[in-house]
Design a protein around this ligand. Structure first.
Ligand code: IPM
Ligand code: MG
Length: 358
C-alpha cells in the first residue's frame, strides 16, 4: 500500500536540505524499494507568507492524513516582530500539539569519521551514543494560564509548568521501550529538589520502571545533568525529561558531537505516526547559499523508515550510504576538516544518491 509523506520544507535552509532528502526518496522509489506518495505544504514563515498563518489549515489537514511528515526548519529574522500567534515557531508547536506528537527522540551520536569536529577531547566523546527522549506536548510550553499582565503597579509575566500523571507515564514508557532496545539504562532528569511538578515526575517514573525490571532507572537534577553531559557524556544511555529541560539538554548533547548538522529527530504519537526533522534550525545566515548540510535531513528519512514506515532494511541502506559519503571525505563547511573535500548542499545530496546505487 502506498504510504503518504507530507513534505514541509519551512523556512531558511529548510527548502534546500529538504530538496536533498526528496532526491533520496525519489531515488528509492525509482529503485522500487519504497512505495510512497509525497505532498508538499507550507509551514512556519512560509505558511504565514502563503496563508497568513504559521500553520495553515490545509497543511494541518494534509499532515493528519499522512503516515509521516518530513519537516525542514522554521523561523527567520523577518518574522520576529510578528505577534506571537503568527510567528513560525507557533506552526511547529501547533503541529506537535494537534498531532499529539508527545515523544521526541533526539539522538546524539558521534560519527567516527567526524571525531575532530567536537570541541571536547576525543576520549570524552568517541563512541558517544545518547538518546534524549523529550516530552513534547506538555509542560511549561503549553501550560495554562500564561500571560503578560500587571501586578503591584508594574508589568508581570508568568507561565505554568504542569504535567498530568498520564502525560508523564506515556513519555516514561516511550523512554523505557527505547532503552530495552539499547543499553537498558534510563536517566530521568528533573528538578525535584525545588519543583512539585518534578516530584510527581519522579514518582511516576519509579512506577513505570516496575514494568521494566531489566532497565536500570536513575534520577538526576537538571543542573547536574547539564554538567555531567559535558564532563562525561558516555555515562548516559537514554535520558528522559520534560519539554523545557529537554529543549536545553538536547542542544547541549547535540553539540557534544560537534556536528549538529548530522543529527535527525523524531516526534511520535502513540500510534507511531511521526514528524521527522533535523535537530538544527533554519540557519537564516546561510540560507540560499547552497552550503547547508543536508545529512541530518537525509538521516531523518532513515528514522522515518524505522519508526513510522516499518522499513528497517531501507533505513539501514540510507545510514550506510551516509557513512560511505563520509568515508569518501566529502564534507559540507560545518563539518569540514583538513584533508577532506568541501562540497555544497546539492553535491552532498547527489553523493548520497550515488552511494545508494553502489
Ligand atoms: C526545538 C526548538 C523549538 C523548541 C522552537 C523552535 C520552538 O528549539 O525544537 O528544540 O523550543 O521546541
Ligand atoms: Mg530547541
Amino acid at each position: 500500500m502506498t504510504q503518504k509523506i507530507a513534505i514541509l520544507p519551512g523556512d531558511g535552509i529548510g527548502k534546500e536540505i529538504v530538496a536533498e532528502a526528496v532526491k533520496v526518496i525519489e531515488f528509492l522509489k525509482a529503485d522500487g524499494v519504497l512505495d510512497v506518495e509525497l505532498n508538499e505544504a507550507p509551514v512556519g514563515g512560509a505558511g504565514y507568507d502563503a496563508d497568513g498563518e504559521p500553520l495553515p489549515a490545509a497543511t494541518l489537514a494534509l499532515c493528519k492524513e499522512s503516515d509521516a511528515i518530513l519537516l525542514g526548519a522554521v523561523g527567520g529574522p523577518q518574522y520576529e516582530s510578528l505577534p506571537r500567534e503568527k510567528r513560525p515557531e507557533k506552526g511547529l508547536l501547533g503541529l506537535r500539539s494537534e498531532l499529539e506528537l508527545f515523544s521526541n527522540l533526539r539522538p546524539a551520536i558521534l560519527y567516527p569519521q567526524l571525531a575532530d569536529a567536537s570541541s571536547l577531547k576525543p576520549e570524552i566523546v568517541s563512541g558517544l551514543d545518547i538518546m534524549i527522549v523529550r516530552e513534547l506536548t506538555g509542560g511549561i510550553y503549553f501550560g495554562q494560564p500564561r500571560e503578560i499582565t500587571e501586578k503591584d503597579g508594574e508589568r508581570y509575566a508568568y507561565n505554568t509548568a504542569g504535567y498530568k500523571e498520564s502525560e508523564i507515564e506515556r513519555i516514561g514508557r516511550s523512554a523505557f521501550e527505547i532503552a530495552m532496545k539499547r543499553d537498558k539504562r534510563v536517566c530521568s532528569v528533573d528538578k525535584a529538589n525545588v519543583l512539585e511538578v518534578s516530584e510527581l515526575w519522579r514518582e511516576v517514573m519509579e512506577n513505570v520502571a516496575k514494568d521494566y525490571p531489566e532497565v536500570e532507572l536513575s534520577h538526576m537534577y537538571v543542573d547536574n545533568a547539564a554538567m555531567q553531559l559535558v564532563k562525561w557524556p558516555k555515562q548516559f544511555d537514554v535520558m528522559v525529561t520534560s519539554n523545557l529541560f529537554g529543549d536545553v539538554l538536547s542542544d547541549c548533547a547535540a553539540m557534544l558531537t560537534g556536528s549538529i548538522g548530522m543529527l535527525p529527530s523524531a516526534s511520535l504519537d502513540s500510534n507511531g505516526r511521526g514528524m521527522y526533522e533535523p535537530i538544527h534550525g533554519s540557519a537564516p545566515d546561510i540560507a540560499g547559499k547552497g552550503i547547508a548540510n543536508p545529512l541530518a535531513t537525509i538521516l531523518s528519512i532513515s528514522m522515518m523508515l524505522r519508526y513510522s514506515l516499518n522499513n528497517e532494511a531501507v533505513a539501514q541502506r540510507i545510514d550506510d550510504a551516509v557513512g560511505k559519503v563520509l568515508d569518501q571525505g566529502l564534507r559540507t563547511p560545518d563539518i569540514m576538516s583538513e584533508g577532506c573535500t568541501e562540497v555544497g548542499t546539492a553535491a552532498m545530496g547527489d553523493a548520497v544518491v550515488e552511494a545508494l546505487k553502489a
